[in-house]
Design a protein. Structure first.
Lengths: 182, 319
């Protein structure tokens, strides 16, 4: 549930709130669980609603400027990402090459990249791909969680993945920031 | 093939949902394979989620537990089937346990932990005895009392519920140590399971009589094939030395009504033969078939049915 919340809402603080709300809702609503769906599927549905509530709440409050949400990335410019921006700001990466390359910082940069990339997806697409790739639900289960047909789930997942791959895959990778592709 | 079609194909391939022939065809397309690699890479990045902060996790769990205690606990007690469904979902592969309700489930769990307490107590007694022997084989009465009292304290602190039941048993007027008294039949009484719903006590007694007779016939039929058993009375007396007797405290854990509330016919029985559950006139009861004490009445088995308030819905000889 944490992984779901973390990826859907995009930051630790909101994910903690969403997770807590989800667990409370599960504890309070367990009587309504009727066994028709797997307990995990039901739990994910409850958590999904908690995450959407959290996102709605967040829309009503001002957001701090997230790291790397600069105009270039917001526009989805290929070859530049929030993580790369973070590395640039931290001075870890020089324009000349690998100087200062640090796996820990790279991991943080990747994390920021993923959050920023997911933030660009509509909620429905984000949820579909997270439920599939993080929660390992199949199309039918995702359909039950999101109340959409499995065919729609499949196409949303495909489009979400493609979008993420374009944003995260660095189509024009710089020599000092290898892509995660094999 | 358009880029969207290629993406859909690669995504379906990643999920393993394509039929074999389509998957083979897709793997022969270099563009799809390249896209598949990119999707896989993105998925790996997506999956690397940092763990939650421990304090946040604890806080969330505590909040959920508080909510459960406020609302959910009562709700679950009213709907025991939910417990089974959730357990089955979380622990797939476990055989379904014959849990009648949450109260029963909790008591069964107490029974398990009580064995731990008893084992700890036994070890402490052993250690105490060895210590006394090493120190000099002597000591005042007070010392011995202190040594033997300690394990009881430990056992009680190890399992509050066991301690509570033991205390309740004594408060209920049972003879000292009654909770540890062994009953005649080795092992647990035969489980009659759920006997069903009855509109009257007489209907329940008739049903119990039939079950008891069938059980007796079954035992008789099995006797030659298994170890030879003496007659009922001898079995009751001889089993006290078998080391596998069932104590009242253990049986109390099976019961809706703890042993402290048992009527004399059940508490002082020479043996408890059968145990089951039934609903009589809308009230769930434990049903016991007991062998009465030797000098009590006509020696016929008695059926005793107690509800959760320990009221005797039935207490009469089996016809």
């Amino acid at each position: 549930l944490w992984r779901l919340c973390r990826r859907v809402v995009g930051n630790d603080a909101d994910a903690q709130d969403a997770l807590q709300e989800a667990l409370i809702a599960i504890a309070r609503g367990i009587r309504r669980y009727d066994g028709r769906a797997a307990f995990t599927t039901w739990s994910y549905r409850v958590a999904t609603n908690a995450c959407l509530d959290e996102l709605r709440k967040r829309r009503r409050r001002p957001l701090p400027d997230p790291i790397g949400s600069g105009p270039a990335f917001a526009a989805g410019e290929p070859g530049h990402s929030a993580g790369a921006d973070l590395l640039d700001r931290a001075g870890v990466r020089s324009s000349a090459g690998h100087a200062g390359h640090d796996p820990g910082v790279e991991a943080v940069a990747d994390r920021v990249d993923v959050d920023a990339a997911l933030a660009q997806l509509p909620h429905d697409f984000r949820l579909a791909v997270v439920l599939r790739d993080l929660c390992d639900l199949d199309y039918a289960e995702i359909g039950r969680v999101l109340d959409i047909p499995p065919g729609t789930v499949r196409s949303r997942i495909a489009r979400a993945r493609a979008h993420l791959a374009d944003l995260l895959g660095n189509p024009t990778p710089s020599p000092d920031r290898p892509t995660a592709s094999p | 093939m358009t880029p969207d079609q290629r993406d859909e194909l690669a995504s379906a391939l990643l999920d393993g949902v394509l039929p074999a022939d389509q998957a083979d065809a897709a793997r022969r397309d270099a563009a799809v394979v390249a896209r598949l690699a990119e999707l896989e890479a993105a998925r790996e990045l997506l999956r690397s989620v940092p763990p939650p902060e421990p304090t946040a996790r604890v806080r969330a769990l505590a909040a959920a537990k508080a909510a459960f205690d406020e609302d959910g606990g009562a709700a679950i007690a009213a709907a025991p089937g939910v417990v089974r469904d959730v357990r089955d979902a979380l622990l797939p592969g476990r055989p379904p346990a014959p849990v009648a309700d949450v109260t029963h489930h909790r008591r069964a769990r107490r029974s398990g932990t009580r064995w731990l307490g008893a084992a700890a107590a036994a070890i402490l007694v052993l250690v105490g005895v060895v210590s006394l022997a090493v120190v000099g084989g002597g000591g005042s009465h007070e010392d011995e009392a202190a040594t033997t009292a300690a394990p009881n304290d430990v056992a009680e602190s190890a399992d509050d519920s066991a301690g509570t039941e033991a205390e309740a048993s004594e408060q209920g007027g049972a003879a000292p140590g009654a909770g540890d008294r062994s009953l005649g039949a080795p092992g647990a009484p035969v489980d009659m399971g759920d006997l069903g719903t009855f509109s009257s006590a007489a209907a329940l007694v008739a049903r119990v009589e039939a079950v008891r007779d069938r059980e007796a016939a079954s035992r008789t039929a099995d006797a030659p094939a298994s170890s030879p058993e003496p007659s009922d009375g001898a079995a009751s007396e001889g089993a006290d030395d078998s080391g596998s007797q069932t104590t009242i405290a253990e049986l109390s854990a099976l019961s809706l009504c703890p042993a402290s509330g048992w009527p004399p016919a059940l508490r002082d029985a020479a043996a408890i033969r059968l145990h089951g559950r039934a609903t009589v006139d809308g009230t769930e009861v434990d049903v016991w078939v007991v062998e009465p004490v030797r000098d009590d009445g006509d020696g016929r088995d008695r059926v005793v049915a107690l509800d959760e308030t320990c009221a005797a819905v039935v207490d009469q000889p089996v016809p």
